[in-house]
Design a protein around this ligand. Structure first.
Ligand code: 8LF
Length: 229
């Protein structure tokens, strides 16, 4: 039986300030780095060693993966990065904190966004520095695929092709796979693997720094799942 390890990156400096982060490439906080190291220790204590790992193009996930694999002394294993594992793009909310958001858009609108699956946040324009086309790391991505602000549904629709094309083939080979990513991109994988509805997935919250282990059986059905720690 092979394992899929889903790990949300440790606390970032904007998580600490309660700011919408999205595709903003902020670093982990010191606490976030400790969370990542702890996740590595937990995997080691259960003798769970990834054969291969995947992250987004954002440093908070990339460094989380590094610190985990350093704890496991497995830095030599193959590691792949894919923009499609990035966090949900929060559009014009990126950078705002909780107070600024409710002051600018009102508590009612926040409540709607919070409970929605297919509602997009305010979009950023093509000239806005938060529009990813201005970032060199996305130069290889067709511009029409780059978001101005995503609903959770949009995020699901771009994560799943990454799963199908790159992660699933490794799972079918029986590999133990680590995906170090973000709250909403991991929700997309969990929604698909557990066959959850939009109403169900909006209630799923993934804690930072705690490895979620999914034991996969024949045709990759989820036989068992549990958090370490
Ligand atoms: C930066 C920040 C603003 C608001 C909050 S909250 O306490 O109101 N909780 C909250 C708010 C939201 C969300 C949320 O999950 C949440 O707990 C969202 O998922 C969301 C998605 C797309 C646009 C807006 C939101 C959103 O405002 C938390 C953090």
């Amino acid at each position: 039986m092979n394992k899929l390890i889903l790990l949300r990156h440790g606390e970032s400096i904007w998580n600490k300030e309660n700011r919408f982060t999205g595709w903003t490439d902020v670093p982990l906080s010191e606490k976030g780095r400790d969370e990542a190291r702890r996740a590595g220790e937990l995997l080691r204590s259960f003798s769970i060693y990834p054969d291969i790992s995947f992250t987004s193009l954002l440093k908070r996930a990339i460094v989380t993966r590094f610190l985990v694999m350093e704890e496991l002394d497995r830095l030599w294993t193959p590691a792949y990065k894919d923009w499609r594992l990035n966090e949900r793009h929060y559009g014009a909310l990126q950078g705002l904190n909780k107070l600024e958001t409710s002051e600018k858009y009102g508590a009612e609108q926040v409540h709607i966004w919070r409970r929605s699956y297919d509602v997009r946040p305010p979009q950023v324009g093509d000239e806005d520095p938060r529009y990813p086309a201005h970032d060199a790391r996305y130069q290889m991505v067709q511009e029409k695929l780059l978001p101005h602000g995503e609903s959770l549904e949009d995020t699901v629709h771009r994560v799943l092709p990454c799963w199908k094309e790159r992660i699933l083939p490794e799972a079918e080979k029986g590999k133990t796979i680590l995906v170090a990513a973000h709250g909403n991109s991991l929700r997309a994988l969990i929604m698909m693997l557990q066959n959850l509805s939009p109403k169900q997935i909006v209630d799923v919250e993934i804690p930072t720094g705690k490895p979620l282990i999914l034991e996969l059986g024949e045709n990759l059905t989820v036989l068992n799942q549990y958090y370490l720690g």
